[in-house]
Design a protein around this ligand. Sequence first.
Ligand code: AMP
Ligand code: MG
Length: 429
Amino acid sequence: MSAETPAGPPPPPPPLVPVEEHLRRCLDLVRPLRPLDLALRDALGCVLAEDVVSPRPLPGFDNSAMDGYAVRLADVAGAGEDTPVELPVVGDVAAGPSEPVRLTGGTTVRIMTGAPVPPGAEAVVPVEHTDRGVSRVRVHRAPAAGQHVRRAGEDVEAGVVVLEAGTRLQARHVGVLAALGRARVRVRPRPRVVVVSTGTEVVEPGTPLAPGQLHDANGPLLAAAAEELGALAYRVGVVGDDPRELAAVLDDQLVRADVLVTSGGVSEGAYDTVKEVLSASPDVRFDRVAVQPGMPQGAGRLGEQRTPVFTLPGNPVSSFVSFEVFVRPALRRMLGEDGPDPQRPVVTAVADAGWSSPPAKRQYVRAAHHRDGDGVLRVRPVSGHGSHLVTALARTTCLAVVPVGVARVEPGDEVECVLLGPAPLAEQR
Ligand code: AMP
Ligand code: MG
């Protein structure tokens, strides 16, 4: 174009990238982390990378379910309240290793819960059905065959898959692994997420504010969100809007990061330092995504390890929603979790109030849901649109999702809601 061409209107902004497309790019940047053998106590929250097979039967041996007396059925067959049968007590078996006693006809052995049932015994008579005798005992009730005996292998036989690869380990799974004798387990490690807040005006909570400053909400929020999901989060002190400082911090952090998440500095303004610094990286791209809040997004790879980086906008609600929509699925992929997010159920609720939505974008509205007296799930916004309105996050129980093409939600409309946690207790049925 020649120098004489008069300056025309500014070029139109690039088209908005659909949410699905940006999400696909974010997911393409990450892979499930390579499995590791971890000590059981470090594996909570990790995703299993092996099928866990029972190495032996559980229970491992026939044992008593009650404190009582091990008997042969024939010896006590006629026992009743008015016709007690008296037997000599020839031994005692407590739980734990003990000399094997064999039960011979016409005798009994006192036995405790969890103790091995002596060979020859066919049932355990609970102490409640006896006179609790020590050298001789009177039995008042005849047991059924096998009564109060826990059979070896009745829980699981050897060689059975008890936990499948892909299971996210909760406390109950840890208990099962321990019962199977496992001290270590093969899991995908937690991704190490380094969280960097940017902005010269942003200071660490706990620090007094000078005029024009505000406390860093995003760093703690994003680190907590990553930890809540099972990742390991590291925070870096807030980085000012100085390109050199930011470049140095990002470079330093690459050594310990499986993924970097920044907030702030990705809009179109001057001092939008994240964008300024990372635009120089060939593998990082910045887009305007068709989402409200959270339109300016960046994603890509940095450094020799080609570490994934997600750059989120600075307003706290934009950061939060961006994490939910783009970063959370990527971290779940790194953790080794596929498919629907069990921590984020999606429900349909009836709008209690109306609100507007930008038709070109998918809108995520901070909202609260409850079940009304008729059992109908209802939802209403808890905040205005402004993505700086952070305190409404305290009352947010779900994100109401308004699809592209919709300009208004009317009271009574059905809305999809992503639940962020259980409804308040008083509202549960
Ligand atoms: P930016 O994306 O850097 O243009 O920031 C957008 C808005 O979010 C500005 O009003 C910032 O002051 C604010 N902001 C940026 N980072 C944070 C943060 N870590 N905590 C709270 N507010 C922030
Ligand atoms: Mg900024």
